[in-house]
Design a protein around this ligand. Structure first.
Ligand SMILES: Cc1cc2nc3c(=O)[nH]c(=O)nc-3n(C[C@H](O)[C@H](O)[C@H](O)COP(=O)(O)O)c2cc1C
Length: 383
């Protein structure tokens, strides 16, 4: 199948990846109510069709945090991407570079900062999970600076991981540890020989590159996963932004803000940007969708810092909807994770090309010549 839509990449990834890996990407927390809401609420927004305008000139380019981008989109931090494709973070960073958009590397990526920076020939944005060992956190920030990362995406919605039922059922979760779980995992791997050979045996995804030095005793996935799960720090509060600033002189973007009051706190704390996000429906299930939260937050703080959003972006049309509701740009998580699982860097490049073409089409059909001028007038007020 030649993939056209994000659901096609999803289907290809489902066929190629072991179930526990696919479910890790695809799933959300608890009953997955918020995950579904992210997509459904985005779908429900009606764009406003306009006709007979000269649309010969079109610009999708923006500059965010001082960085020029071909379109207002960045690849969101996604943990363990080296499990979806061989050295997956490097493949994704290369695809992002080819498309002229930033790639954000997760703290819990398989490939370390240095490998991604060198492999892509351009430094990634770096996503920080605040783990308990602050000394190690400082070292990690210093490493990010050394590879040339400028933008720090500090994820604030994960003081504790939300339970993901699918990961328990599939055997991925540490709650499922034990001999039975191991047999189950091996079996799932054997049913996907292409993945087993390409990613698992040749890709060495057993080490979480950015945290490896903090867990020298770790021998494999279980040890890392267990350690990471136990080391998220629930004491983190607003004053921690000052601590981050001591180690970081570039833009700091807080990812995971869903409430207007928190957005105002982010301004007071001196953040350069926020990502309106519920972690792709992977944390507090039942909260509202990101796209529903966006307009009030953008109205409240859009003049003070750069507002991005993520959650439920599945097409170029969705990008325009988010811009119309006040975002300066979007991040995509599952879209690139599926494409990586479907076929690595070429598939991500193809997918990003499609999103950009869809964005351009949506602009032409709504009469929007420049993404920087997108606003509520692009939407049908009746809906
Ligand atoms: C498989 C997977 C792993 C993720 N890992 C991280 C992570 O390590 N750090 C982080 O800040 N967010 C992580 N996220 C959340 C994404 O950065 C992003 O907020 C979310 O995927 C956006 O929703 P979408 O998947 O609908 O685009 C992850 C999401 C997925 C799907």
């Amino acid at each position: 199948m030649l993939p056209a839509s994000i659901s096609d990449y999803r289907e290809l990834a489902r066929r190629r990846l072991p179930r526990m890996i696919f479910d890790y990407i695809d799933g959300g927390s608890y009953a997955e109510v918020t995950l579904a809401r992210n997509v459904a609420d985005m779908e429900a927004i009606a764009l406003r069709q306009r006709v007979m305008k000269d649309m010969s000139r079109l610009s999708t380019a923006v500059t965010l945090f001082g960085e020029p981008m071909a379109m207002p989109l960045a690849l969101a931090p996604v943990g363990m991407a080296g499990m979806y494709g061989r050295r997956g973070e490097v493949q994704a960073a290369r695809a992002a570079k080819a498309a002229g958009v930033p790639f954000c590397l997760s703290t819990v990526g398989i490939c370390p900062l240095e490998e991604v920076g060198q492999g892509a020939g351009t430094p990634p944005w770096f996503q920080l999970y605040m783990l308990k060992d602050r000394g190690y956190m400082r070292e990690l920030l210093a490493r990010a600076k050394d590879v040339g990362s400028r933008v720090l995406v500090f994820t604030v919605d994960l003081p504790v991981p939300g339970t993901r039922y699918r990961d328990v059922r599939s055997g991925l979760s540490s709650r499922a540890a034990g001999p039975g779980a191991n047999v189950n995992r091996v079996w799932q791997g054997l049913t996907r020989p292409g993945w087993l050979w390409d990613v698992y045996l040749n890709g060495r995804p057993h080490v979480f590159g950015n945290v490896a030095k903090a867990v020298p005793q770790a021998k494999g996935f279980n040890d890392f996963w267990g350690w990471i799960g136990a080391n998220f720090d629930r004491t983190v509060a607003w004053k921690e932004i000052d601590w981050v600033r001591e180690s970081w002189d570039g833009p700091v973007v807080l990812k995971g803000v869903l409430d207007v009051e928190d957005a105002r706190e982010a301004v007071r704390a001196g953040a350069d940007g926020i990502v309106v996000s519920n972690h792709g429906g992977r944390q507090l299930d039942g909260v509202k969708s990101s796209i529903a939260a966006l307009p009030r937050i953008a109205d409240a703080v859009g003049g003070d810092l750069t507002v991005l959003m993520d959650g439920g972006v599945r097409s170029g049309l969705d990008i325009l909807k988010a811009l119309a509701l006040g975002a300066k740009g979007v991040m995509i998580g599952r879209a690139w994770a599926y494409a990586l699982g479907a076929g690595g860097q070429p598939m991500i490049e193809r997918m990003l090309g499609t999103l950009r073409a869809e964005l351009a089409t949506a602009m032409i059909l709504t009469g929007c010549t420049d993404v920087q001028h997108a606003d509520k007038t692009l939407l049908d007020a009746a809906v």
